[in-house]
Write a protein that binds this ligand. Structure first.
Ligand SMILES: NC(=O)c1ccc[n+]([C@@H]2O[C@H](COP(=O)([O-])OP(=O)(O)OC[C@H]3O[C@@H](n4cnc5c(N)ncnc54)[C@H](OP(=O)(O)O)[C@@H]3O)[C@@H](O)[C@H]2O)c1
Length: 259
């Protein structure tokens, strides 16, 4: 069992990495607030883990303010995982749609900023109570290496990376650590399916004949970062499957020692 005061808010909790982060913290006895738009999924996760569900669209300032107020009223928080996000499309800069770019900026960048700004006073109160608070932003290796067809997703995740660094500078002197995790190829149920507009056959291809990361692999590293001593700030964690040696190199087939 962890310290009784630990309470974490996880956005994008209704599927994939976020849901596994909720499970990981709940298994350690942390209080968890699970935030996403799909009420039915949050209710199922709440029944399974004991997390408190809050239905909230992170791109809607009023909903985010209401979410933060509810977190404050129900026990506050000492930790935040900004995980809500996603990609739309793989079209070129020339041919992609501004609507898709706007969606990606709204959720991956502006949503992250809105949630962080709304919860900072709550986290500060948590830090006064317990001595510390922590923020983890889930970006992507797409926020560090550009690739053809990455367009709006690259741009949004590069921006989320920049926002994380700015925040760390701005919070200097406070007992609030600001961390980033940049995952590579993770096989989650919905991420690529949504990106490829529901084309299941195309969505299966990136994961064919390769052992990718699972949502549980990423969640374990996220949860582990929060369990480090509070003076330890893992500024940037890059996590890829062994079979992916860079954003451009995925080894398909079995991994075998040479020689
Ligand atoms: N899968 C990968 O290969 C991969 C790699 C690197 C980084 N990432 C990043 O990891 C994070 C999680 O991805 P995932 O693979 O777990 O994908 P996912 O299963 O599609 O999860 C995305 C989550 O974000 C939530 N969300 C989306 N828009 C939202 C909004 N406006 N307000 C509130 N919640 C919103 C979704 O819930 P609702 O629809 O219920 O709101 C869902 O719970 C994302 O930031 C993604 O960019 C993924």
């Amino acid at each position: 069992m962890e310290r009784a005061a630990d309470r974490v808010v996880v956005t994008g909790a209704s599927s994939g990495i976020g849901a596994e982060v909720v499970r990981g913290f709940a298994a350690l006895g942390w209080e968890v607030v699970a935030v996403a738009r799909r009420e039915d999924r949050l209710a199922a996760l709440a029944a399974e883990t004991g997390a408190m569900p809050i239905v909230c669209d992170v791109t809607d300032e009023e909903q985010v303010a209401a979410m933060a107020a509810r977190v404050a009223e129900t026990g506050g928080a000492t930790a935040l995982v900004n995980n809500a996000g996603g990609a739309l499309g793989t079209d070129s800069v020339e041919t992609s749609s501004n609507d898709e770019w706007r969606w990606m900026f709204e959720v991956n960048v502006i949503g992250l900023r809105t949630v962080t700004a709304a919860l900072l006073p709550v986290l500060r109160a948590g830090a006064r109570r317990t001595g510390w608070a922590s923020i983890m932003n889930v970006t992507s290796t797409a926020g560090h290496d550009a690739y053809a067809g990455g367009g709006g997703y690259n741009a949004a995740k590069f921006a989320a990376h920049a926002v994380t660094d700015v925040l760390r500078l701005e919070l200097a002197g406070e007992p609030i650590r600001v961390m980033e995790i940049a995952p590579g190829l993770v096989h989650t149920e919905e991420f690529t399916l949504k990106r490829l507009r529901g084309d299941a056959e195309a969505a299966a291809k990136p994961y064919a004949d390769v052992l990718p990361l699972t949502a549980g692999d990423v969640a374990a590293v996220i949860v582990g970062a929060f369990r480090q001593p509070p003076n330890v700030n893992q500024d940037l964690i890059v996590i890829r499957p062994v079979a992916q040696s860079s954003v451009f190199h995925v080894h398909r087939g079995p991994l075998e020692p040479r020689g």
